[in-house]
Write a protein of this length. Structure first.
Length: 168
């Protein structure tokens, strides 16, 4: 049996809400990262992103959802149960070199990148996709699922990803 989880940047104290991640102009940043353990793989169910841009003529933001053998250094954040609050905790544990948000140090993939989805998204807009059954990416054990964003101008972002584990 598999369980479903999600990760999005959240405030961990009052007022307990979504934490938009600030981007630096023309700088790639992993805004989300899910580290799979050596004991289980995951299956990506869907992902999304939205921006708070103010200029209608702004350059689109490059968004890449991929998995690879290398991770970024992130702010640790635990995944949340998706759809069933009574399920066990995710095996994709939080940590600065594991599952988290808002990379402080972006690490270029040192190995093959397995691209799940890539989009140009207008910074006054958003993008979301729920992958159909039978067409969902499986992320292997001991890997990193990363959502990396590159914006031409300063903008804040709210990203999310939903997965199930194990990917059976």
């Amino acid at each position: 049996m598999s369980n479903e989880y999600n990760l999005m940047p959240l405030l961990t104290s009052t007022p307990y809400g979504v934490l938009p991640i600030a981007m630096v102009a023309a700088t790639a940043k992993s805004v989300l990262q899910v580290a799979t353990p050596s004991t289980t793989d995951i299956e990506v169910l869907g992902w999304g992103i939205s921006f708070n841009g103010v200029t209608s003529t702004a350059v689109p933001v490059q968004c890449e959802l991929f998995w690879t053998a290398t991770g970024a250094t992130v702010t640790a954040q635990s995944p949340a149960p998706w759809g069933n609050a009574m399920q066990p905790a995710s095996l994709c544990v939080s940590g600065t070199a594991a599952t988290g948000i808002n990379a402080g140090t972006e690490t270029a993939p040192a190995a093959q990148v397995n691209m799940v989805d890539a989009q140009f998204v207008h910074p006054q807009s958003g993008y979301a996709v729920w992958f159909p059954e039978g067409h969902r990416e499986k992320v292997s054990v001991s890997s990193f699922l990363r959502l990396r964003v590159t914006a031409a101008a300063v903008v804040s972002v709210i990203p999310w990803v939903v997965w199930k584990e194990p990917a059976v």
